[in-house]
Design a protein around this ligand. Structure first.
Ligand SMILES: O=C(COP(=O)(O)O)[C@H](O)[C@H](O)COP(=O)(O)O
Length: 325
């Protein structure tokens, strides 16, 4: 009989699904924490049952939201210690999971900080910066730049339908950064009339060819930036690079409930609510990662360095995950 998943782990999964925990980095860290809790709270059987139970927990977490690859990357990072080692005892296996999860969370937190330091060097006093949605990597850059004495103004889009732009605006204002909230549909007008100097956005997934999947509306902003020759910068940890795209696997774009757009639509009206879109590499000037700044075309190199797997091995990995799913 399958071992029951602890309440706190189920709660984290539910919070990711319902977006109480949101943003690709936070989702990844929450998933690693959930695996750690699952391992710590396991008390019902031997090593084999533990391994099967941890695979169940991993599947539950990965199934919560489909687009941000940081989620399966975090889960696989932690689960790899179980999948690739032979343990003598349950305690050894449990300890390995806890260590791997802690390691991931620590790396992730440091990465956001490092992106802040690297990205802040790109900001100049007098900049007028546009951002979209709410990204902790972008916030890290802006707050670091501000604390280092640079003075600039940020325009934050509302980000319909979930209004994550309000979170950004609130956080920046709290840090003392002048911020103006604008409707999503005002982006082209704002870029033009406010003479925006830089657009900086986060990422949920970066593909092997350097395309960036981020909050719906990002690609329109990239187009508008291109039209006015404004540099378009993406800030992301490297664990948002997708190994699956090396073998051409498309990124699934999450379709969220229509009620998020309109509670009670009049009869005869259909609603679509895609949560993310893809910005092609041609529209992206640079990607700021914790390992440095890269052009989008170098995404495949980052993936190669991180995963050191041949396309055939990545394909095999996918097949194995699918068959356990
Ligand atoms: O698109 C979103 C959040 O979408 P949602 O609100 O639907 O999760 C963010 O721009 C990225 O996840 C990057 O965020 P971070 O830099 O914090 O990882």
């Amino acid at each position: 009989m399958a071992v029951e998943v602890p309440g706190e782990v189920r709660r984290i999964a539910e919070d990711i699904k319902t977006m109480r925990i949101r943003g690709a980095g936070r989702i990844a860290r929450a998933a690693a924490r959930a695996l750690m809790i699952a391992a710590q709270e396991y008390n019902s059987g031997g090593l084999d049952e533990f391994l099967a139970y941890m695979e169940d927990v991993a599947r539950l977490l990965v199934s919560t939201r489909p687009t941000a690859v940081s989620l399966p990357n975090a889960v696989n990072y932690v689960m790899r210690v179980l999948r690739e080692n032979r343990f003598q005892s349950l305690e050894d296996a449990r300890r390995a999971v806890v260590e791997a999860a802690r390691g991931f969370i620590e790396y992730s937190e440091q990465a956001v900080k490092r992106i802040g330091e690297i990205g802040a060097r790109l900001i100049r006093t007098g900049d007028r910066i546009l951002t979209h949605c709410n990204s902790s990597a972008v916030e890290s850059i802006l707050v670091t730049a501000w604390r280092s004495g640079k003075r600039f103004h940020v325009y934050a889009t509302e980000t319909r339908p979930r209004f994550q732009g309000y979170i950004t605006a609130r956080n920046l204002a709290k840090a003392g950064i002048p911020v103006t909230l604008v409707p999503d549909s005002a982006v082209l007008q704002v870029i033009e009339t406010k003479r925006i100097t830089r657009v900086i956005v986060g990422a949920d997934t970066v593909t092997a060819n350097g395309a960036v999947i981020n909050k719906i509306g990002t690609s329109q902003i990239a187009l508008a930036a291109r039209l006015h020759r404004v540099s378009f910068i993406v800030a992301t940890e490297t664990y948002k690079f997708s190994p699956y795209t090396v073998v051409g696997q498309p990124v699934e774009i999450e379709e969220r409930p229509p009620e998020e757009v309109l509670e009670n639509p009049p009869p005869g009206i259909r609603i679509r609510n895609p949560a993310f879109d893809a910005t092609p590499p041609e529209y992206i000037d640079m990607i700021v990662t914790e390992r440095g700044i890269i052009p989008p075309k170098s995404a495949a190199l980052v993936l190669w360095e991180m995963f050191r797997r041949s396309p055939a091995e990545v394909h095999q990995l996918r097949v194995e995950e699918d068959s356990t799913g």
